[in-house]
Design a protein around this ligand. Structure first.
Ligand SMILES: C[S@@+](CC[C@H](N)C(=O)[O-])C[C@H]1O[C@@H](n2cnc3c(N)ncnc32)[C@H](O)[C@@H]1O
Length: 348
């Protein structure tokens, strides 16, 4: 996603006393780089394939946030296998997803009706599947459930699949399997509410233990792990939305646009054709030159590449480009406004 970022140096093996880290890395590479039985808790929210369904239907994901590449269903078994490998014994794993992906994972893992005497179900990856926890989405004030999309009962929940390796009791046995929380309301794709993440970490880890999220997005898992005095390791291929509170941990050179606070009124860039043809107003042509879309002799390769995309793919690619290309010193105000649009998704 981001070409201009520092990648993880492999192999990475978190020692007991290892400091908290945020890395730019493919999730699968990050997991593969970890030693077996080296992690105490995994809480993650992969960009699962069925998000594309919601996007195609024009739900909130498409309208208010930037888009990201998805992990195809056929790679999910590899994800679960790696998580099972890196977890220590007697540990938990939470995976956020929707009902479609929950079905896919259960089928892939051979999770059916058969249960062990304690009511759990064994997975092909070696973990035990306990149940789906529901995140019930509330209004901002938390007073009622907020209905989403769909016509066969409005979608008002997301799933959190709860797995176990070995045997570990939850820290508070009284917490119900429906967790109420309003949407996070901070910029970034599918950011999960802090209160929800905090509950999962508090339930399934102890102070000093290592919590990881290889698809960290805003890094809410790290923010909450820190608040609960757990250690953390976060990874993502794009740190643009990283919570400003974690910016100091990001690798040097990584683009952490949200932390850098693109303070400008958001403006959507013009049609790219008008830039390539030179028919856009002079300030837009200046901004396009400043971000590397135009060179002395016409459109650059990066602009040509964007022009080749179909309209549906072009907007997310333009946003990604503006978010992940490192800002240069003394950029024109208009380019900063385009970057603000790319970051927060608002149209002005
Ligand atoms: C659903 S979002 C996670 C949001 C996060 N839970 C939060 O609350 O902010 C999925 C994230 O996975 C990242 N991503 C996509 N493909 C990836 C990959 N192969 N490896 C690591 N991260 C990836 C995206 O950049 C995006 O930030």
């Amino acid at each position: 996603m981001s070409e201009n970022t520092q990648t993880l140096q492999l192999p990475f093996s978190p020692a007991r006393e290892a400091p908290d880290r945020v890395v730019v890395s493919d999730a699968f590479e990050l997991l593969r780089s970890l030693a077996p039985a080296s992690v105490d808790l995994v809480v993650t929210d992969p960009p699962y394939e069925s998000l594309q369904i919601h996007r195609a239907r024009g739900t909130t994901t498409r309208l208010t946030t930037n888009w990201f590449v998805t992990v195809p269903n056929e790679r999910l078994p590899e994800l679960l296998r790696e998580v099972a490998r890196v977890l220590r014994d007697d540990r938990h794993f939470y995976l956020f997803c929707d009902e479609v992906t929950a079905d896919v994972i259960k089928q892939q893992q051979g999770v059916g009706a058969a249960r062990t005497p304690n009511g759990a179900r064994r997975c092909a990856c070696g973990l035990t599947f306990w149940k789906e926890i529901l995140w019930a989405k509330t209004t901002l004030d938390g007073s009622r459930i907020r209905g989403g999309t769909g016509y066969h009962y409005r979608a008002a929940s997301e799933r959190i699949l709860f797995f176990e390796k070995g045997k570990r009791a939850l820290n508070d046995l009284g917490v119900p399997d429906v967790l109420m929380a309003a949407r996070a309301g901070v910029p970034g794709p599918a950011v999960k509410p802090a209160s929800l993440v905090r509950t999962l970490i508090a339930q399934s880890s102890a102070p000093g233990e290592l919590v990881i999220d290889p698809f960290c997005g805003s890094g809410v898992v790290g923010v909450e792990a820190r608040a609960l005095e757990r250690r953390f390791l976060l990874g993502d291929i794009d740190l643009a939305y990283l919570d400003p509170a974690l910016a100091a941990l990001a690798p040097e050179g990584a683009v952490v646009a949200r932390a850098a606070q693109v303070i400008a009124e958001a403006r959507e860039p013009p049609q790219l054709e008008s830039l390539a043809e030179g028919t856009a107003p002079p300030d837009e042509l200046d901004a396009a030159r400043a971000c590397g879309w135009l060179q002395e002799d016409g459109p650059s390769e990066s602009l040509e590449n964007l022009l080749e995309l179909r309209p549906k793919e072009r907007e997310p690619a333009v946003r990604r480009f503006l978010r992940t290309e490192p800002p240069r010193p003394r950029e024109p105000d208009l380019l900063r406004a385009w970057r603000a649009w790319a970051l927060n998704g608002r149209r002005i």
